[in-house]
Design a protein around this ligand. Structure first.
Ligand code: ATP
Ligand code: MG
Length: 260
């Protein structure tokens, strides 16, 4: 069955987009059929997939407002070898325009109906806010991946997010689970990062992915070339980490399929 994952954290700059793009490319490299949905008006995942957000004809905006289907609006990211539902600035207006529409939180879920079966993974890159766009992501997803930096305030923000996920589960999407917490931009020499990482494992146990994403300059450079890091520097630590994360996801999926 298709795994639909929202990559979310209302905190900005924690590595959501970097994770979505590079996980999509790593899963595609493992022969998985992947759709990346850019749900952020910044359009960073679109650009990072090698598609110029200024050139897109149709986007996730048109899908949310119901004037295009996903099949009509999606594009092929040749750079990442996956399909992309792109975003651009236009999406910033969607928040207001959606308010008066019926099922305003469920527009993406409804649009995915029918097309999701074409994919093994659908990854949704959420904006840094708990707004109506993010709600659409959480409503469409089966599970949530939370990238986070191991910093002092990280745990505080996490409880807001966990509460939101609880509310979404109670009101909109009873199946929604936390798939896992991902430590990003990790520097093992930083004592505080180590401490926060230990606390995370204490609180969340096996919900913390074993794979840790290190701070790696190749990950930051790759978007300026419009490619995932895998096709920028194959041997870099960033590439290895996201390939390992894809492996961990595939392993977990295989294990839960075996026990089901
Ligand atoms: P926003 O909340 O604005 O959408 P985000 O959570 O999507 O941000 P990214 O855009 O992925 O975060 O990352 C923020 C910045 O940090 C970017 O410049 C990115 O290139 C850089 N970055 C992300 N992960 C790493 C890493 N592991 N090592 C080095 N730089 C990184
Ligand atoms: Mg982002």
């Amino acid at each position: 069955m298709t795994k639909i994952l929202a990559i979310t954290n209302q905190k900005g700059g924690v590595g959501k987009t970097t994770t979505t793009v590079n996980l999509a490319a790593s899963l595609a490299a493992a022969q998985q059929r992947v759709l990346l949905i850019d749900l952020d008006p910044q359009g960073n995942a679109t650009m990072g997939s090698g598609i110029d957000k200024r050139d897109v004809q149709a986007s996730v905006y048109d899908v949310l407002l119901g004037s295009k289907t996903i099949a009509e609006a999606r594009m092929r990211s040749e750079a990442g070898k996956y399909d992309l539902l792109p975003a651009n600035r236009e999406l910033a207006g969607a928040e207001i325009e959606l308010v008066d529409l019926p099922h305003r939180e469920a527009r993406l879920r409804d649009a995915l109906h029918g097309v999701a079966v074409e994919y093994d993974y659908v990854l949704i890159d959420c904006p840094p806010a708990l707004n109506l766009l993010t709600l659409n992501g959480l409503c469409a997803a089966r599970s949530v991946m939370i990238p986070m930096q191991c910093e002092y305030y990280a745990l505080e923000g996490l409880s807001d997010l966990v509460n939101t996920i609880r509310k979404v589960r109670a009101n909109l999407n009873p199946e929604l689970e936390i798939e896992g917490l991902l430590r990003t931009m990790f520097d093992p020499r930083n004592m505080l990062a180590q401490q926060v990482s230990d606390q995370l494992q204490e609180h969340f146990g096996s919900k913390v992915y074993r794979t840790v994403i290190p701070r790696n300059v190749r990950l930051a450079e790759a978007p300026s070339y419009g490619v995932p890091v895998l096709y920028h520097d194959k041997l870099s630590k960033g590439t290895q980490a996201y390939l390992a994360l894809a492996g961990e996801l595939l392993n977990n999926a295989a294990q839960s399929a075996a026990t089901a």
